[in-house]
Design a binder for this molecule. Structure first.
Ligand SMILES: [Zn+2]
Length: 486
């Protein structure tokens, strides 16, 4: 047994700076103190992993705040500082602290604070000094000097869809434990790359990431190399630190860490063209799905992915399905609180008739007039059975309307339907459907691919389109691929 004391916190947001929807503290629905551990202990989350290592080792774990929101636009400045100050005060009030573990995203941007994670880490280091600070980050994180200089270890997800949050949490906690005992002295280096690949081909089951991860695993076999992680990164951020990176963590050898990060980084840069991938047009995708003999066929609305900061209320795929008279379709989801209220007003079996969707901005098609029957109404709460298994979800009040054989899930909040529970919780069995429309870029694959016949990535309009030429960047370093000839 030990008497180490570790402060734990979480701050997670993937900020799409092109979104017109500002993020506020309310969207984070923060949890405080012991409630964090009560909710996450035993789950497949990063903090679940921290606790599974530290608590049996007799470490006293001190909770601060756990704040995570669905991706959208910049976080309000005062709300950002509220979270940072809460973590700082938690550390100060804890008295003696032997280590800090933070579950962060890495691509968070607040108003006036483009380096949200780096600034938090700098503030934490100001208080704790030489005490080790270890972080877990999302594979879409944007790594910068400020982040690397202000922590002692980085453990990024090695999977996309991210199904290893727990395992990386375990590694981070084990590394912290060894560092507190004085067995190792972790040191971090990174190689930043002049490339901004779209997220569409950053999957880890196929495409360029497969070989790159193999190389990372090879490097981890070298003596003193504790961890190598790849950050192809989130492209929808008009900030200086946009772009891919490779991070290496070694036991006390900063030169070796830099050498490994450079080598893997150069390999990644040389493979940049492989991150590009063609999409299927809306018309072709619907025709292919209709002609398929068996389902479910997934039509992935990759450009309107709430997991990447889009509102999840685009209508153009649905418009085509209605136009072609397709039946036996499930659509998850369309965010439209006004339509949910209307469905609740008319009630189950009531006749629903109004324009739905495309109400957040002008980037996701036009509102679509539909008439149908309300099937179910729920509170929109469920427990994840895929990805962050065990972690509760709350998409706000939810209604299903049936429009000529197309069952549309309407939600109050933006939601990427990566867990089929969103269907089942609302009375739809997704495996029975011929076609499933999913507002998601790729995280749905973990749970849906095992029962789907085909996945088509559809070229609909939206804030997470892989066509990066859609966006006007003005704050990124130039030249940079794929915008400039490099
Ligand atoms: Zn991610």
């Amino acid at each position: 047994m030990t008497d180490y004391r570790v402060v734990i916190g979480s701050m997670s947001h993937e900020t799409n700076t092109f979104s017109t929807v500002k993020t506020s503290l309310e969207d984070f629905r923060p949890k405080y103190g012991e409630e964090i551990f009560d909710t996450l202990r035993g789950t497949r989350s990063g903090i679940g992993g921290y606790l599974d290592v530290l608590e049996p080792a007799g470490v006293e774990c001190i909770p601060t705040i756990s704040a995570g929101a669905t991706p959208a636009g910049e976080l309000r400045n005062e709300d950002y500082w509220y979270i940072v100050d809460y973590i700082k005060e938690g550390i100060e009030k804890a008295g003696r602290v032997d280590g800090v573990l933070l579950a962060l995203h890495g691509a968070m941007i607040a108003e006036g604070v483009p380096e949200a994670e780096g600034t938090l880490l700098r503030e934490v280091k100001k208080i704790v000094g030489n005490v080790p600070v270890i972080v877990t980050l999302d594979l879409h994180g944007l790594i910068s000097d400020l982040v690397v200089e202000n922590c002692d270890g980085i453990f990024g997800y090695d999977t996309n869809p991210h199904i290893d949050m727990y395992e990386r949490g375990v590694e981070a906690a084990e590394t912290l434990l060894a560092a507190m005992k004085g067995e190792i002295k972790p040191t971090v280096a990174h190689k930043k790359l002049r490339m901004v690949p779209p997220t569409i081909n950053q999957r880890t089951a196929e495409g360029p990431m497969v070989n790159l991860l193999e190389l990372a695993r090879e490097k981890e076999k070298m003596p003193k190399v504790l961890n190598v992680c790849l950050f192809p990164a989130f492209p929808y951020a008009d900030v200086q630190r946009v772009g891919s990176a490779v991070v290496a963590v070694t036991d006390g050898d900063s030169e070796l860490a830099q050498k490994v990060a450079d080598e893997v980084g150069e390999k990644m840069y040389s493979m940049r063209q492989e991150f590009l991938k063609p999409l299927t047009s809306i018309e072709d995708a619907v025709s292919i799905a209709m002609d398929a003999s068996e389902g479910p066929i997934v039509l992935a609305d990759v450009a309107d992915n709430p997991g990447g900061g889009a509102p999840g209320d685009g209508t153009e795929i649905l418009r085509e399905l209605l136009k072609k008279g397709v039946r036996n379709v499930g659509v998850a989801c369309i965010k439209d609180p006004e339509a949910v209220q209307r469905a609740i007003d008319v009630g189950v079996n009531g006749v629903f008739s109004m324009e739905i969707g495309a109400k957040t901005d002008d980037y996701h098609g036009k509102p679509l007039m539909v008439s149908g029957t309300v099937r179910t109404i729920t509170d929109g709460r469920f427990i994840h059975k895929a990805m962050a298994v065990g972690v509760p979800a709350d998409v706000g009040r939810t209604a299903v309307i049936d429009v000529d054989g197309i069952e549309i899930i309407l939600t109050e909040r933006s939601h990427a339907p990566n867990d089929p529970e969103i269907y089942r919780r609302n009375g739809i069995e997704p495996t029975d459907k011929k076609i499933l429309v999913l507002k998601s870029r790729g995280h749905f694959r973990a749970a849906y691919e095992p029962f789907s016949e085909m996945v088509l990535e559809v070229d609909a309009p939206g804030l997470t389109t892989p066509n990066l030429s859609w966006f006007i960047y003005s704050n990124i370093p130039r030249p940079i691929w794929p915008f400039d000839k490099v």
